[in-house]
Design a protein around this ligand. Structure first.
Ligand SMILES: [Zn+2]
Length: 224
């Protein structure tokens, strides 16, 4: 079912580049602001900021549309996913109103799930195409952060989650690149970005479970 959405048009968008007509990625963010979604919407609609996204989801489950789906919004910045270094041209950006430290309320997650289901069906976006800002800009961005419940999305086919199995650690970084994490960063930065999403809170050196999970991601959900 299509969720209820109010329009708050932002002037901050352009044409999608590189021959992309339909997005195949959805990038999830948090706003890192307090006071609900309104201050973030104001900022994302201010031409002076030169930032925007397609949708903002508030803590109470309210959804605002800022940029039409067929336009290129300015949310991902410098980063890479798979073979693409222009993530904005191939993605939709969703900002979750969140200060970066608080849990995401149930009403907000329910609304996000309805929005994701609708967008994925409408544009033919696969579960593996739903990623975090930290996945495509490792080291530079950490949103949607360690409190975001990726497993909840994955249970409903709205994101992916790997099998927890073991593998030799030697394949870890190549497997993560095959999954899509192609940003040119130090190995430690790539490991940190992987754990932020898939093993939040874990410290210490790369282990066989990291490697097994990365192996499964690369095997079942390779990026294009
Ligand atoms: Zn972000």
């Amino acid at each position: 079912m299509t969720p209820e959405i109010r329009d708050c048009p932002s002037p901050n968008h352009g044409a999608r580049r590189g021959g992309v007509s339909v997005p195949d990625l959805i990038v999830l963010h948090y706003t890192a602001m307090t006071g609900g979604p309104e201050p973030a919407i104001k900022r994302l609609c201010d031409p002076a900021t030169e930032v925007s996204c397609h949708y903002v989801v508030g803590e109470r489950g309210d959804i605002a549309r800022l940029v039409p789906d067929d336009r290129r919004a300015w949310h991902a910045g410098a980063g890479r996913w798979g073979e693409s270094c222009d993530v904005n041209s191939r993605s939709l950006g969703i900002e979750l109103s969140n200060d970066g430290a608080s849990p995401f309320p149930g009403a907000q997650m329910d609304a996000l799930e309805a929005l994701l289901g609708d967008l994925m069906a409408r544009h033919g976006i696969e579960a593996k195409g739903v990623i975090g800002h930290s996945d495509c800009a490792p080291g530079r961005k950490i949103d949607p952060g360690p409190r975001f419940d990726w497993q909840r999305l994955a249970r409903q086919g709205l994101a992916v989650w790997p099998e927890v199995v073991e593998a030799p650690i030697t394949g870890f970084h190549d497997d993560l690149r095959a999954f899509g994490m192609t940003a040119e960063v130090e190995d430690a930065t790539r490991l940190a970005a992987f754990r932020l999403r898939f093993r939040p809170g874990l410290d210490g050196p790369l282990d066989r479970i990291d490697a097994g999970m990365a192996r499964d991601l690369a095997a079942r959900f390779p990026a294009s």
